[in-house]
Design a protein around this ligand. Structure first.
Ligand SMILES: *Cc1c(COP(=O)(O)O)cnc(C)c1O
Length: 813
């Protein structure tokens, strides 16, 4: 799909007239944005239809990726790149006096996710389409997405993210594909005259689920897949009838916000309803589609794979059973065998508090029929296992125990594949966290290390480096990320290393300007840009980073003549609205930033920048400019991490614990090209086993550490005494759950090593080059290919080009 400048300009101006009756000169940037978006969509729409028809006619198996979060960020530039239009459009608009960058900035982020989980789902959507694989996303169209973060007096304040307020050009509402979803009420089995039992769901609340489809454009291959997001509405026939305001509100709330505050009962129930809502709507629409196309449900597993991304969509298992057994009158055994073959599940965390559990009473009340089915699955599981294994194992693995429904157990028992997201994580699942299940179903367990869409994180985010790569190793890396390895031929080439330094500098200067515009802080763009960007969570240990900065500051204050390698510490992180401790850390970082950034004596040596509202589009600005990538979670806690991969790809040096995919990054680049510190996973588990960690001993025995910790409470950092005490207590009174004090000295030494390495620029640049060259193995294209081969058993479909050749259809402009 290519287009000439002339043709593009003609079409663009026609569209502007059609939509707004305006000329380019008269149009506002917003008018220009929607005009371009409309033209883009109208263009890929042809391929979208062809792709769908091709899937229907070739009867290839398709995967449906169910995820409660998708975090695509902005779509316009990605669509232009994948259509092969980006350069032409940029040049054409320039001819018309328009800067494409200004237009791109108008688009609100599609932020229907919290962080890594949702971003992974979106990287996968891009890669599935780009590999020409038949795969679609299924999720929720949250009206307000993730909150918008502001800092007021250093505190996080959450504002609604009204991303839909001006409409959304990318989506297509499909009224004809609506389905109904039932909640509440009462379920029982009614005996018919012939003695058979039929399930009855009495007095349900009926909600109309409307799909909004967004095209997922593959990279220059003509494939356009579908991301289907569901909105909840009041059923048409009831609109004017008996729904009370209260009931209407309940339905509207269903798709209103992502992760409603779950610190109270009402919020949790709403969350559970959301889960069933998108699971039921998605599963119904899949089965309806395949029935309508004449498929036999008895071998539906040959045509459909359903992926359960983390446990939130685990009710796909009982919902699939409900449809087959209740609606299609299939016998239980047949339906169960099919369900297991269709379903697969990815585990994303070993943190106990994140393993989803629901009280029986709540699940039964939200969807009584689904609860009955889960009960029956559980009953049969126990029956099947009794006598073959210890009762203790059955107790630990069954789905319902002590009045609690374990969603991970449901997902594992009801699927043929359970995977972790990095080697260490998958090993921990097999050997520790899900060990009992591993003994029951060893062949179901596998690893799929996460990956990133290199198109977004290099081609879109870092055009400067992308051009340098083109000039140095050719353009094949744009199609095949492993070709980045060609860069290794230049690891000792001074010219290339110098060009690499120049590219990084361009990006740093650009980010420095952005920082000044956003925060008013002027940073030294020749300092080390030391970046930690991710959700704010105790296990990710932003606190360790903070303590190290306090140490640097105290050192400089103690010895004003001291010279350090100048640093800019850059943070981006949102805290969950109800996560008090995480918010305290944000406040202290902001107050320390205020103190240091305004301390004349520190000069250019140290700056802290905490950018508001961390999001995909902000990540795209920060990552190309990063020198150091902070991946400092407590070993065993970060399942994989993906910002580590994005930063590596952009030439940052990883400063890391041996956690998640950091281990695989080290394996890829070698010990000399990464800086590793801290406890290993085995050491952490040894502490747990022996219960012999005493945080206070580290505080007592190190003068340096004591000074740093005391600075939290002795007034050194202004306006944060409450938060300082809270953090101080978490470390000393509550024994430092994440071993921050244990790893502090190691971390300081590692940071000194970073400063030392940076002072030898040639060496640093070579390290940087080796990181870029080896980042190809973390391409999500390869990750989804492995899912496709090992788990989903799907093959790349014929490209629309092939279909077109066969049908002589004409679709390209
Ligand atoms: C990649 C990404 C994440 C995940 O970061 P981790 O460091 O892997 O937790 C979170 N949020 C956004 C916006 C991202 O782009």
């Amino acid at each position: 799909m290519t287009i000439s400048k002339e043709l593009f300009k003609e079409k663009f101006m026609d569209m502007l007239t059609e939509k707004y009756a305006l000329s380019v000169e008269e149009a506002s940037p917003y008018d220009l944005y929607t005009t371009l978006a409309t033209l883009i969509r109208a263009t890929y729409a042809k391929d979208w239809g062809i792709t769908r028809r091709a899937y229907n006619t070739t009867h290839e198996k398709q995967v449906y990726y169910f995820s409660i979060e998708f975090l695509p960020g902005r779509m316009m530039k990605s669509n232009l790149l994948n259509m092969g239009w980006l350069d032409t459009v940029e040049a054409s608009l320039k001819d018309l006096g328009i800067d494409l960058e200004d237009i791109l900035e108008i688009e609100p982020d599609m932020a229907l996710g919290n962080g890594g989980l949702g971003r992974l789902a979106s990287c996968f959507m891009d890669s599935i389409a780009s590999e020409g694989l038949p795969g679609n996303g299924n999720g929720i169209r949250y009206k307000y997405g993730l909150f918008k973060q502001k800092f007021i007096d250093g505190y996080q304040v959450e504002l609604p993210n009204e991303w839909l307020s001006r409409g959304n050009t990318w989506e297509v509402r499909r009224d004809s594909k609506a389905v109904t979803v039932k909640f509440n009420g009462h379920a029982y089995l009614k005996e018919l005259e012939d003695g058979s039992l039929v399930p009855i769901h009495e007095n349900p609340t009926v909600v109309r689920a409307i799909p909004y489809d967004t095209g997922m454009v593959g990279y220059q291959n003509g494939t356009v897949n579908t991301l289907r997001l569901w909105d909840a509405e009041i059923p048409l026939e009831e609109e004017i009838n008996y729904r009370s305001i209260q009931q209407r509100r309940e339905i509207e709330d269903l798709t209103s916000v992502l992760y409603p505050d779950d610190s109270n009962e009402a919020g949790r129930r709403l969350r559970l309803m959301q889960e069933y809502f998108f699971v039921s709507a998605g599963t119904q629409s899949i089965i309806r589609h395949f029935k309508a196309n004449g498929y036999n449900l008895n071998n539906i597993d040959e045509y459909v794979a359903i992926h359960i991304n983390d446990t939130h969509p685990a009710m796909c298992v009982p919902e699939f059973m409900r449809i087959l057994v209740d609606e299609e009158q299939m016998n239980w055994e047949r339906a169960w065998a099919l369900t297991i073959k269709v379903m697969s599940y990815t585990n994303h965390t070993i943190l106990a508090e994140a393993l989803e559990k629901w009280p029986v009473e709540m699940l039964r009340s939200v969807q009584p029929r689904i609860y009955q089915i889960i009960e029956e699955i559980d009953r049969r599981f126990v029956e099947q296992m009794t006598g073959t294994i210890d009762w203790g194992i059955i107790e630990r693995t069954r789905i319902i125990s002590n009045g609690i429904v374990h969603m991970a157990h449901l997902a594992i028992i009801g699927s043929h594949s359970t995977n972790g997201v990095a080697k260490l994580h998958s090993d921990l699942l097999k050997n520790v966290v899900l060990h009992d299940f591993y003994r029951l179903y060893p062949s179901r367990f596998n690893n799929k290390t996460n990956g990133i869409a290199e198109r977004r994180w290099m081609q879109l985010a870092n055009p400067t480096l992308s051009h340098l790569l083109d000039e140095t190793i050719g353009t094949s890396w744009r199609f095949e990320a492993s070709d980045l390895y060609l860069l290794m031929n230049y690891k000792d080439d001074k010219k290339v290393l110098h060009a690499l330094a120049k590219a990084k500098q361009v990006n740093k200067t650009r980010l420095a300007k952005f920082i000044e515009k956003e925060t008013g802080v002027i940073v030294n763009d020749h300092a080390i840009f030391d970046v930690q960007i991710k959700r704010l969570h105790a296990y990710k240990r932003q606190l360790l980073n903070l303590l190290h900065i306090i140490k640097l500051y105290l050192d400089l204050k103690e010895d004003p003549k001291k010279k350090i390698q100048p640093r800019v510490f850059i943070f981006g992180a949102k805290a969950a609205p109800s996560y008090h401790y995480a918010k305290a850390i944000i406040k202290v970082i902001n107050e320390l930033a205020n103190l240091i950034n305004n301390d004349e004596s520190i000069k250019d040596q140290l700056k802290i920048v905490f950018l508001e509202n961390y999001s995909v589009s902000l990540a795209e600005k920060i990552i190309p400019a990063a020198d150091v990538s902070e991946q400092i979670s407590l070993a065993s806690k970060e399942a994989s991490g993906t910002s580590n991969m994005k930063l590596m790809l952009n030439g940052a040096i990883t400063l890391a614990t041996l956690d998640g995919a950091n281990i695989e990054i080290r394996d890829a680049v070698g010990d000399d090209n990464i800086v590793i510190f801290g406890l290993t996973e085995a050491e952490v588990y040894a502490y747990y086993e022996q219960a012999n960690y005493r945080a206070f001993e580290y505080y007592e025995s190190s003068v340096e550490l004591r000074k740093v910790i005391d600075a939290l409470i002795d007034g050194t950092i202004p306006n944060s005494s409450q938060e300082g005490i809270e953090i101080y207590d978490s470390l000393l009174k509550y024994n430092d759950e994440f071993f921050v004090l244990r790893d502090f000295a190691d971390y300081v030494a590692a940071q000194e090593k970073v400063a030392h390495l940076y002072s030898d620029q040639e060496k640093w640049l070579k390290m940087s080059l080796i990181n870029i060259a080896n980042a190809g193995r973390f391409s999500a294209d390869d990750t989804v290919k492995k899912y496709a081969e090992d788990i989903w058993r799907i093959k790349p479909n014929k490209t629309p080009q092939q279909v077109k050749d066969e049908t002589h259809d004409s679709y390209s402009i």
